[in-house]
Design a protein around this ligand. Sequence first.
Ligand SMILES: C[S@@+](CC[C@H](N)C(=O)[O-])C[C@H]1O[C@@H](n2cnc3c(N)ncnc32)[C@H](O)[C@@H]1O
Length: 214
Amino acid sequence: MDKQMQNFFNKRADSYDEVHISHIDGGIKTKEMVSNFVPQNSKKVLDLGAGTGLELKHVFQKFPSIEVDCVDFAENMLKKLKDKYKNYNVNIINQDFFDFHYKKSFYDCVISVMALHHFAYEQKLKLYKYIHKTLKPDGAFIISDYIVDSIEEEKEKFEEYEKSLEIKNENNEDVHIDIPLSLKTETEILKKCNFKNIKVRMNLKNTKLITCIK
Ligand SMILES: C[S@@+](CC[C@H](N)C(=O)[O-])C[C@H]1O[C@@H](n2cnc3c(N)ncnc32)[C@H](O)[C@@H]1O
């Protein structure tokens, strides 16, 4: 488990909503749009990296009786989510994505917003295989995330990340470094995991929304 990232989000839970609504490319639009692609008849949804649940506001407006399993390793973020959505059907799961048990053909839809740009190629491949497994046939996977336009930028970011690891090791600082993949690499991984119908629904600077189907 990435303890430093977990600490990072636990410490920022109080200020998170304000910062993320106003300062991130695409702002709240990136969260709102997710609900447009949740399949109409969905009953069970998995939200990976649900945080304080910003993306769930519109999901619950459209689907008030939907059940959402919210996985996140930052307990303080999940406390905020639980307070916000007391009257809805949410299950709080305080776990790392890689420790969570992905039941076979269980969810109608998996969503993940701004939570998957911390994984290198092989880790992401592993995670997307779990997501594919846990979706029902024709289930939807919706990713809204920090994704860069070119392979060059992806390489640059990865090099920055590697350099930062040396500094982090020396100073033991409580930081986390983003390692966004490019749209091309994201698509390649999704295809390797047998996802179909991969579509880019929004591309606002480095924030992109991708949907695909099992
Ligand atoms: C930037 S926040 C996004 C929160 C929310 N989805 C949103 O868009 O506002 C990323 C979240 O992913 C969680 N996260 C990152 N890596 C994780 C991991 N390996 N396992 C579980 N949660 C993780 C963090 O704790 C954090 O709450």
